[in-house]
Design a binder for this molecule. Structure first.
Ligand code: NHR
Ligand code: GAR
Length: 226
């Protein structure tokens, strides 16, 4: 019988979601097939009844709802959310379609341990409705960027970026679907770098193997459409 590495030794990931959780599923799958050497210790959603919670339950991962509407203030929500996160002692908190802006206090509590995927070619289009904004601007390329989270919304240093063609007949939905397919490969890849100790944030700079990454991060390009 081959010896399995003790699960407890693997880095602990906690995933924050608000919806469908297809990126969460890519982490579940990558942990299952060994391409991501980590353990998923909990999934927290700020919305009840979303599909991502079912995905977590089906994978046997503790799943929790912290409904932001139960709190009077962002500070109250972020304090409770942070306390619950801390109780799981994660090495990395992964935002995967998480739709609440986090206060500077929350971000500073977990600084360097918070990572997000944003559906645009950062630094272009921070915030919401990114695919429609790229189409309206006539952009030829759209995409997604994995970045460390800092207090500035979608302003933290980029790690890995997938550049995806915008096609002439794209709606924001068709473009979002195409980009999402690439998110599912780049996000577990970037998180594996963190888990291997290759990736970290220091003084607001993302370092891979000790080298500062360029503004867009590492580019993962489809190639065919360049
Ligand atoms: N918080 C901080 N401090 N910094 C970041 O970089 C963050 C963050 C929280 C979330 C994800 C981000 C994205 O990838 C993210 C990055 C939500 C909104 C938003 O406007 C914007 C960007 C992101 C997430 N949320 C509204 C709010 O009032 C609510 C929208 C809704 O519920 O549908 O929080 O895109
Ligand atoms: C993804 O496209 C992610 O980049 C985006 O929401 C989608 C979530 O899909 N994130 C944001 O817009 C964050 N504000 P998923 O729930 O299927 O992973």
């Amino acid at each position: 019988m081959t010896e399995q590495p003790a699960a407890e030794k693997k880095p602990r990931l906690l995933v924050l979601i608000s919806g469908g959780g297809s990126n969460l599923q890519s982490f579940i799958d990558a942990c299952g097939n060994g391409s991501l050497q980590a353990q998923l210790v909990a999934v927290i959603s700020n919305r009840a009844g979303v599909k991502g919670l079912d995905r977590a339950a089906a994978a046997g991962i503790p799943n929790i709802v912290v409904d932001h509407r139960a709190f009077d203030s962002r500070d109250g929500f972020d304090q409770s959310l942070g306390d619950i996160i801390e109780s799981f002692a994660p090495d990395l908190v992964v935002l995967a379609g998480f739709m609440r802006i986090l206060t500077p206090e929350f971000v500073n509590r977990f600084l360097g341990k918070l990572i997000n995927i944003h559906p645009s070619l950062l630094p272009a289009y921070p915030g919401l409705h990114t695919h429609q904004r790229a189409i309206d601007a006539g952009d030829k390329q759209a995409g997604a960027t994995v970045h460390f989270v800092t207090p500035e919304l979608d302003g933290g240093p980029s790690v890995l970026q997938a550049q995806v063609p915008v096609l002439p007949d794209d709606s924001s939905d068709t473009l979002a679907q195409r980009v999402l397919g690439f998110e599912h490969s780049i996000y577990p890849t970037a998180v594996q770098w963190f888990c291997e100790g290759r990736l970290r944030m220091e003084n607001g700079v993302a370092l891979l193997d000790g080298q500062a990454l360029p503004e867009n991060g590492v580019i993962f390009s489809d190639g065919a459409e360049q």
